[in-house]
Design a protein around this ligand. Structure first.
Ligand code: 13P
Ligand code: SF4
Length: 377
C-alpha cells in the first residue's frame, strides 16, 4: 500500500536564555510537527520500520516523551524506552552497531560520545531542546572562565561542546546525589543550564551553586496555584513532579524525580490517583505498566493553550514514524561529531556513569514528607 507523505507544519516557540554578559533574554526556535496519521498508515509504517530495524541490525532507543507508536516499536523490537540516563547506558551496552535514538539532539550526541565506533541515527537531527539552545558553548565558556574556582556541572540537556567544558554531567535521576557528593568534598559549583533544577538541587543540598539562566519550555509552564486547586479536588492523589518545573510546583510534589523515577512511583505506589507534572506522553508507558490507575495531567498555563503550554515537547514530537522509516531507509539523520570533541565530552559523562555504578542508591527518587499508601518517607 502507498500513502502520501505526511504533511508537516512549522511552529515557533520562545525560550529564555542567558547571554554572554549574564543577562536573561528571550529567543525563538522552531519545530516541524507532523500531522496525525490514520490507523492504517501507522500500522504500515510501523511494520516497515520493524523490518528495517531488523535488516539493518539496528536497535531503537526511545525516550518516554516520544510518540506511543515509537515507544511500542522500541519495546517490540528489543530496544528500550527510558529516561536520558538509561538511554545512554543502554546504547553504550547494546551489541548493535547502529543505534537509532528517538529523542532530542543531545540524546543522540550522548550516544555517539559513548559509542563513537557505532552509527547513531536520529529521525530528525533538528529535534533540539530549549535548554541546549539556551546555553551556547561560547557564552558558556566565558561564564566558566570567569569562575575558575568552581566545579562545572552540566545537565545532560546540553551540546557536546558544552559537555566538553564540564567536569561532571548529571541527569535528573542522579543530580542530587552527585552535587551532594561534590559538596561533601568542599567544592563550589557552577551549574548549567536549567535554573529550576539548579535551584531545586541548591535548596536540597545547601551547596554553593552559581546558576545559569535557562529553562525547559514544557516544564516551565506548570503552574503552582492551579496545581494546588487540582490537588484539593483529589486529596488522595499523589503528585509527581519533574524537577525542571518551577519551585511553586515542586513544592507541592510527593515525589520529585526523573521520568523513570516518576514511572516507578506510579507502578509501585499504592495510591489510586496520580497527578503528573511532566510531558504528557509519559502517560503512554504509565498506562501500560499501571493499567488500573488514574492519571491526571498537572495544569499548565491554562485553557488558552498555545502549543507551548500543551505539556508536550515540540522537539520530541518531531520523532514520528515517517521520519523513523526515512532515516532507516536512507541512513539520513546520522549524528556526526568531531572525534576530539567527543573524547573531551566523554570525560564528564564517564564520571557520572562511574558514580552511578558505584552508588546505585543515587537513583532513588526524592520522596517528600508522607507518601499516601506507602508510609513515612
Ligand atoms: P529525564 O532524564 O528525566 O528523562 O529528562 C529528560 C528531559 O528532557 C526532561 O524534559
Ligand atoms: Fe528539552 Fe524540555 Fe523538551 Fe525535555 S521536554 S527535551 S527539557 S525542551
Amino acid at each position: 500500500m502507498v500513502f502520501a507523505a505526511p504533511v508537516m507544519t512549522d511552529q515557533t516557540f520562545e525560550y529564555s536564555r542567558q547571554d554572554a554578559s549574564g543577562a536573561s533574554c528571550v529567543a525563538q526556535a522552531w519545530a516541524r510537527l507532523p500531522q496525525p496519521l490514520s490507523p492504517q498508515e501507522r500500522e504500515a509504517l510501523k511494520a516497515r520500520a520493524a523490518h528495517l530495524l531488523q535488516s539493518r541490525n539496528a536497535v531503537l532507543v526511545a525516550h518516554y516523551y516520544v510518540d506511543g507508536d515509537l515507544q511500542d516499536l522500541a519495546l517490540e523490537t528489543g530496544g528500550c524506552v527510558a529516561d536520558s540516563l538509561e538511554m545512554a547506558r543502554f546504547g553504550r551496552e547494546h551489541a548493535a552497531q547502529t543505534l537509532v535514538v528517538a529523542g532530542v539532539r543531545f540524546m543522540g550526541e550522548s550516544a555517539k560520545i559513548l559509542s563513537p565506533h557505532k552509527q547513531v541515527l536520529m529521525p530528525d537531527l533538528q529535534a533540539t531542546c530549549s535548554l541546549d539552545l539556551g546555553c551556547p558553548a561560547d557564552d558558556f565558556a566565558r561564564f566558566c572562565d570567569a569562575h575558575p574556582d568552581r566545579q562545572v556541572v552540566v545537565y545532560a540537556n546540553t551540546s557536546a561542546a558544552v559537555k566538553a567544558r564540564a567536569d561532571w554531567m548529571v541527569t535528573s535521576s542522579c543530580a542530587l546525589a552527585i552535587v551532594r557528593h561534590l559538596k561533601a568534598q568542599g567544592q563550589k559549583i557552577l551549574w548549567a543550564p536549567d535554573r529550576h533544577l539548579g535551584r531545586y538541587i541548591q535548596e536540597e543540598t545547601g551547596a554553593d551553586m552559581l546558576l545559569w539562566d535557562g529553562a525547559c519550555i514544557v516544564h516551565d509552564e506548570f503552574k503552582g496555584e492551579e496545581l494546588a486547586a487540582l490537588k484539593a479536588q483529589h486529596p488522595q492523589a499523589m503528585v509527581l513532579v519533574h524537577p525542571e518545573s518551577p519551585r511553586s510546583v515542586v513544592a507541592l510534589a510527593d515525589v520529585v524525580g526523573s521520568t523513570s523515577q516518576m514511572l516507578q512511583a506510579v507502578v509501585q505506589g499504592q495510591a489510586q490517583t496520580y497527578i503528573v507534572a511532566t510531558d504528557n506522553l509519559i502517560m503512554h508507558r504509565m498506562r501500560q505498566l499501571a493499567p488500573g490507575k488514574t492519571l491526571i495531567e498537572a495544569p499548565t498555563a491554562g485553557n488558552a493553550a498555545s502549543c507551548k503550554s500543551c505539556a508536550h515537547c515540540p522537539w520530541m514530537a518531531m520523532n514520528d514514524l515517517q521520519r523513523l522509516v526515512d532515516c532507516l531507509e536512507q541512513g539520513s539523520g546520522e549524528v556526526l561529531l568531531d572525534a576530539a570533541l567527543g573524547l573531551q565530552a566523554k570525560v564528564c559523562i564517564g564520571r557520572m556513569l562511574d558514580f552511578v555504578q558505584a552508588h546505585p542508591e543515587a537513583l532513588a527518587p526524592k520522596v517528600q514528607g508522607f507518601v499516601r499508601g506507602i508510609g513515612a518517607a
